[in-house]
Ligand binder design. Structure first.
Ligand code: NAD
Ligand code: UD1
Length: 350
């Protein structure tokens, strides 16, 4: 990571109450940035704001609004002088996007266009955007590299990310003052080491690690392993799991990079190391100290054998490299999962 910016830098964080946004707000505040959050709480609990303030020992400003409410967003920009925006706000569940594509295109695209328009009018032209490794689809060779990849998502959620990336590239091409980082996250997992904020999906988790955490905490009976007949060392799917605090720090590195460079750059944020489903289960067993039952079931449609990042560009441009290994990811995840199970305030914190 480069030199830290001065403490007066004011960052608007859209979706700042969400999983990755809340961790990034904590990292920003701890690094001395001033933070304002915009969130409509469609997928977050208001009490997360208290958690952020309590961890970072400060008070963030909050605007409860939907990005598509442009008049409300304009008022937020009129009230403040932002130096940069980190844009997390969006819907993110792959299966739901297949069932409700219009909702996804409406929320993710229209919300982003409204934000960009208000930023442009206010002269705020530095942006860090949450993209996803999902834009690489299944046709590119692993490790996925930013250079020369053909973006071919296989679901509406992924298309919203690919389309927003294109909008942002076009915007940067239209006006040389824009500085935009398109951060393609691999598989963010785990939680802040304090165990107070983390990922707490409503209902049955779609993703592996929250599901494993639920089984470890006794909330579910066993993990269903989606296929053990892939062409991978143990037959189960291999992914690039990344500690959410490393990811949060990647955003600070991107903010600093964007301060110094114009244009739009797509940058992978991953570790470059892949772990299989069984490796994750076994690492989690070490963290929680007991066996985690699992059962192999057929493959999940749309899943691939391997997904991991070429991390060279992030290192070269941002000077950023993930620091936290799998054991630490599982330990921090487990601490949060235990708190969640023990504390209904954290589990159902409306
Ligand atoms: P999250 O759902 O926890 O956070 C998103 C936040 O945005 C929520 O707090 C939600 O209430 C808010 N929001 C949604 N639509 C909004 C709108 N129209 N106006 C205002 N607020 C709105 O998700 P997350 O896991 O923290 O992901 C953050 C971003 O990173 C998303 O854009 C997601 O697509 C992207 N991403 C996530 C992952 C992952 O595995 N979690 C991987 C790749 C990319
Ligand atoms: C998911 C998203 C993808 C997103 C990525 C990062 C889907 C279909 N894809 O991908 O768009 O970019 O997260 O957030 O949701 N697995 C099991 N049992 C489970 C859950 C998962 O065996 O209960 C396996 C999967 O087959 C896969 C691995 O665990 O091999 C990881 O799955 P998951 O956590 O859902 O992430 P991705 O599939 O990488």
């Amino acid at each position: 990571m480069g030199d830290c910016e001065n403490s007066a830098t004011h960052v608007l964080v859209t979706g700042g109450a969400g999983y990755i946004g809340s961790h990034t707000c904590v990292s920003l505040l701890e690094a001395g940035y001033r933070v304002t959050i915009v969130d409509n709480f469609s997928n977050a609990k208001p009490s997360v704001i208290d958690d952020i303030n309590s961890i970072a020992g400060t008070n963030v400003a909050l605007y409860t609004l939907d990005l598509r409410d442009k008049a409300a967003l304009e008022r937020c920009f009129d009230d403040n002088k932002f130096d940069a925006v980190i844009h997390f706000a969006g819907l993110k569940a792959v299966g739901e996007s297949v069932a409700k594509p219009l909702e996804y295109y409406d929320n993710n695209l229209i919300g982003t266009i409204a934000l960009l328009d208000v930023m442009k009018r206010s002269g705020v032209k530095r942006l860090v955007f949450s993209s996803s490794a999902t834009v690489y689809g299944v046709r590119n060779p692993v490790p996925f590299s930013e250079e020369g990849a053909e973006l071919s998502p296989i679901n509406p959620y992924g298309w919203t990310k690919a389309m927003i990336e294109q909008i942002l590239r076009d915007l940067a091409a239209s006006d040389p003052e824009w500085s935009i980082c398109l951060l393609r996250y691999f598989n963010p997992i785990s939680a802040h080491p304090g165990g107070r904020i983390g990922e707490a999906p409503d209902g049955v988790p779609n993703n592996l690690v929250p599901y494993v955490a639920d089984v470890a905490a006794g909330r579910r009976e066993k993990v269903y392993v989606f296929g053990d007949d892939y062409d991978t060392p143990d037959g189960t799917g291999v992914r690039d799991y990344l500690h959410v605090v490393d990811l949060a720090e990647g955003h600070i590195a991107a903010l600093e990079y964007a301060r110094e460079h114009t244009g739009a750059e797509a940058i992978n944020l991953g570790t470059g190391v892949g772990y299989s489903v069984l490796e994750i289960i076994h690492a989690y067993e070490k963290a929680c100290g007991h066996a985690i039952p699992y059962q192999v079931t057929p493959r999940r449609p749309g899943d691939s054998a391997f997904c991991y990042a070429d991390t060279a560009k992030a290192q070269r441009l941002l000077g950023w490299k993930a620091k936290r290994g799998l054991a630490e990811m599982c330990e921090d995840s487990w601490r949060f999962a235990k708190n969640l199970a023990a504390n209904t305030k954290l589990y159902n914190n409306t």
